[in-house]
Design a protein around this ligand. Structure first.
Ligand code: PEP
Ligand code: MN
Length: 330
C-alpha cells in the first residue's frame, strides 16, 4: 500500500505519523519516499483491517491499496475443478452455460435443455427467482420450478446454475442445483455473499454494472473468506438497460484473468441486450481469453416471458458454439 502524506507536513508530525503507522501495522516493511511511504504488510488482511484508522490519521493525504492487496484470497485461489463441477471428464474445459432467461414451464424447459446439451451446452441456466426492475414484470416461477430443474439435470446430466436473490432460497437451491448465481444486482449484497459461501455450493458471481475490478473481486473475496473456494466470475457489461452503455467490459475481464486463477466467464446476452449482437460479443470475449460463456438460448425466444429479445434460438446457439470451438482450436 502506498500512503501519501499531506504536502508541507512538518518533520516532527511525520515522525509521529510513522510511529503510529508502525503501531497499526506491526511487523510490516516500510520504504520511505518523498512525501509517501510504501508498506508491505506482514499479513495481507492487516492493510484492509487498518485502512480506516490510517486514513483517519492527521497528516495523511491518501492511501492506495492495490487490488492484489485488497483481495489476497482471490489472488492466491486455486481454480475449482471444472471437470468435476460441470460433469464432463476429460473434455475441453470451456464452459457453455445456456438456457432461457427464466424457467417458464416444464415442457419447454426440458425440451430446450435436451437440445442445448446436444448443441454443446455444458451447464444449464435455470433461473427461478428473477430480480426485476419493475414489480409488475414476470418474477420467475419460484420454488415450484425446483422439480423442473431436478428433472432437467436427470435428463441431461448437465449442471444447473440458478440465481439466489435471497438467503432464504439457498438451502433449497443446494438440494436442487449445482451452482448458485449471485447476480449483478446482488454483487454488493454482502450478507447474501456470506450466506452463499456458508452453504458451500459453487458460486457464479456476476459483476455489477459500473463496479470496478476491485469491487467485483472484493465480493469474490467475501465468498472465499467465508468458506467457499469454488467461485466463477462472470462479466456481464455495464448497463441494465441503457443502449449507449451496452457491451461487455473486456478490459475488466482481462484484468480479472490476470489477477486470479479463478475462472472468468462472460455473459454476452445481458451485455448486448439484443440477440443480433450476442455472437460478436461472445466471440470478442473468447478472443479476450474468457474461460466460458453464459448465454440465453431457448426453443422459442420470440414468445419468452422475459429477455426474449436477447435470447438465441437453438440453431443460433449451436452455430455460435461451432464458431467458438473453431476459434479456440486455431
Ligand atoms: C441473469 O443472468 O439472469 C441476470 C439477471 O443477469 P444479471 O444479474 O447479469 O443482470
Ligand atoms: Mn435475462
Amino acid at each position: 500500500m502506498i500512503i501519501r502524506f499531506k504536502p508541507g507536513i512538518k518533520a516532527r508530525e511525520l515522525t509521529g505519523l510513522r510511529r503510529k503507522l508502525t503501531e497499526l501495522l506491526p511487523g510490516s516493511d516500510f520504504v520511505s519516499g518523498r512525501g509517501f511511504v510504501t508498506v508491505t504488510a506482514s499479513a495481507p488482511e492487516l492493510l484492509s483491517e487498518q485502512l480506516a484508522a490510517i486514513e483517519n490519521l492527521p497528516g495523511i493525504y491518501s492511501t492506495d491499496l492495490s487490488v492484489r492487496e485488497a483481495c489476497p484470497r482471490v489472488v492466491k485461489a486455486a481454480p475449482p475443478d471444472l471437470d468435476a463441477l460441470f460433469k464432463k471428464p476429460g473434455r475441453d474445459n470451456f464452459i457453455f452455460i445456456a438456457g432461457p432467461c427464466a424457467v417458464e414451464d416444464a415442457a419447454s424447459y426440458l425440451a430446450a435443455a435436451k437440445k442445448l446439451k446436444a448443441a454443446g451446452a455444458t451447464a444449464l441456466r435455470a433461473a427461478l427467482f428473477k430480480p426485476r426492475t419493475s414489480p409488475y414484470a414476470f418474477q420467475g416461477v419460484g420454488v415450484k420450478g425446483f422439480g423442473i430443474i431436478k428433472k432437467a439435470r436427470r435428463l441431461t446430466g448437465l449442471a444447473a446454475v440458478t440465481e439466489a436473490t435471497s438467503e432464504l432460497q439457498l438451502s433449497a437451491i443446494k438440494n436442487a442445483c449445482d451452482i448458485v448465481q449471485i447476480g449483478a444486482r446482488n454483487m454488493r449484497n454482502y450478507e447474501l455473499l456470506k450466506a452463499a459461501a456458508a452453504v458451500r455450493l459453487p458460486v457464479l458471481l456476476k459483476r455489477a454494472p459500473g463496479a470496478t475490478l476491485k469491487e467485483w473481486l472484493l465480493s469474490a473475496e467475501y465468498l472465499l473468506k467465508y468458506g467457499n473456494g469454488e467461485v466463477i466470475l462472470c462479466e456481464r457489461g455495464d448497463s441494465f438497460s441503457k443502449p449507449d452503455k451496452r457491451g461487455l467490459n473486456l478490459e475488466i475481464l482481462r484484468a480479472a484473468l490476470k489477477t486470479t486463477a479463478l475462472p472468468v466467464i462472460a455473459d454476452p446476452s445481458h451485455a448486448a441486450g439484443d440477440r443480433f449482437l450476442v455472437p460478436a460479443q461472445a466471440l470478442a470475449a473468447v478472443k479476450a481469453g474468457a474461460d466460458g460463456l453464459m448465454i440465453e438460448a431457448s426453443l422459442r425466444p420470440e414468445s419468452a416471458l422475459m429477455d426474449g429479445r436477447q435470447t438465441l434460438n437453438i440453431r443460433a446457439f449451436s452455430e455460435l458454439v461451432k464458431q467458438i470451438k473453431k476459434l479456440r482450436a486455431m
